[in-house]
Design a protein around this ligand. Structure first.
Ligand code: NAP
Length: 327
């Protein structure tokens, strides 16, 4: 019977979360009963969507909701064998016992690192793929703007837009990330929104306007993009991270969607599950061919999870933020 450590929220944050609002708690994990499996998590996924749940939705003093990739270490279920890899959303913890509901068996892609299933080849990449091509309906050669372009979702969306022949502008919050986007990814223009006013910088970076805005930020970014949208442009609203700690800044020119006949649509990754086979084929191919690059920021051990979440909200990550729990 292993001892497991798990991450609890003990106080709701006001603004940027603080490490003292979390606690690492030890629990005894029982053996798997008939029909159940015991899973050891290997990697946990740190996601911006966790922040709004800290304000409402996440229960206090229990394992925090969160996604992970684990390995079955004991099985009394006919559906799973010891050694099977499983993705789950059963919380930030080292071990857990579960019935098979909520577990998805993972067959690792040949020739690719396991962790790509937690970003480029997982729901992160799928969100970028469907958000850009299905919700944003990007067509070959269009003008595209992607915010948080060096992040997990944004970096994939920006690269797919390049593969589709787009003129692609990305925004990010540091010179290092901007250099990666320019030099490694080959974006056509990159804006560091912390050193350049986004409104003016976006105007200069988009001489032909914007056909598709892949929106991850909200607030001033959305306002700046709305000024540049071309007629019949599309804004695929994936996230609005600028408002997750403090609430959204007002967007004062929303009426531009009327004059430019812009479609503005929010989405979640499960809105286009019919694209999964296409996505798996395309993304695995692009990764193997080196057409899609990625970065990971990996923090070590469950005690680093609060720091990882705070770091994500502060922009400390390049690419996907993960917490590694075991080999
Ligand atoms: P990420 O981009 O890898 O990490 C978050 C990044 O957001 C930080 O690194 C930081 O990068 C940026 N950021 C933080 N505060 C900001 C602010 N006030 N203004 C501008 N940028 C800020 O995270 P991700 O998982 O890929 O998520 C990106 C977006 O997609 C989020 O809005 C998230 O909620 C959304 N999302 C939506 C879905 C869906 O199904 N709809 C699924 C996954 C993610 P900088 O250094 O660039 O500031």
């Amino acid at each position: 019977m292993p001892i497991s450590r798990e991450v609890h929220l003990i106080t709701r944050p006001n603004g940027m979360p603080q490490e003292r609002e979390f606690e690492i708690v030890e629990t005894n994990v029982p053996d798997a009963a008939d029909g159940q499996v015991l899973v050891q998590n290997l990697y946990m996924s740190v996601d911006p969507a966790m922040r709004p749940r800290l304000t409402a939705g996440q229960a206090l003093n229990e394992a925090m909701m969160g996604g992970a990739l684990g390995r079955v270490v004991q099985s009394k279920s006919p559906d799973f064998a010891v050694g099977d890899l499983v993705t789950n959303r059963l919380g930030f913890r080292e071990y857990f016992v579960s019935d098979p509901k909520g577990l998805s068996k993972l067959t690792p892609a040949e020739g690719l690192p396991l962790t790509v299933h937690m970003h480029a080849l997982g729901m992160t990449g799928f969100t970028a793929y469907g958000g850009l091509l299905f919700i944003g309906a990007m067509k070959e050669g269009e003008q595209v703007f992607v915010s948080t372009a060096a992040g997990a979702v944004g970096s994939i969306a920006a690269q797919i837009a390049k593969i589709r022949g787009g003129y692609v502008v990305g925004s990010t919050g540091s010179d290092d990330k901007a250099a990666w986007l320019r030099d490694e990814i080959g974006l056509d223009a990159v804006i560091n929104y912390k050193t350049q006013p986004i409104r003016q910088a976006l105007e200069e970076a988009t001489p032909k306007g914007i056909d598709v805005y892949f929106e991850n930020v909200g607030g001033e970014h959305l306002e700046a993009a709305l000024r540049r949208m071309n007629t019949l442009g599309r804004i695929a609203v994936c996230g609005m991270i600028s408002g997750y700690n403090e609430g959204q800044a007002p967007v004062r020119n929303l009426s531009n969607i009327i004059y430019s006949r812009v479609m503005l649509r929010g989405f979640v990754g499960t809105d286009f599950m019919h694209l999964q086979p296409d996505f798996q084929r395309d993304m695995a191919g692009w990764l193997r061919e080196g057409k899609i690059k990625y970065q990971e920021t990996v923090m070590d051990g469950i005690t680093s999870a609060p720091k990882a979440l705070i770091g994500l909200l502060e922009g400390a990550n390049s690419g996907k933020m993960l917490v590694k729990l075991a080999e």
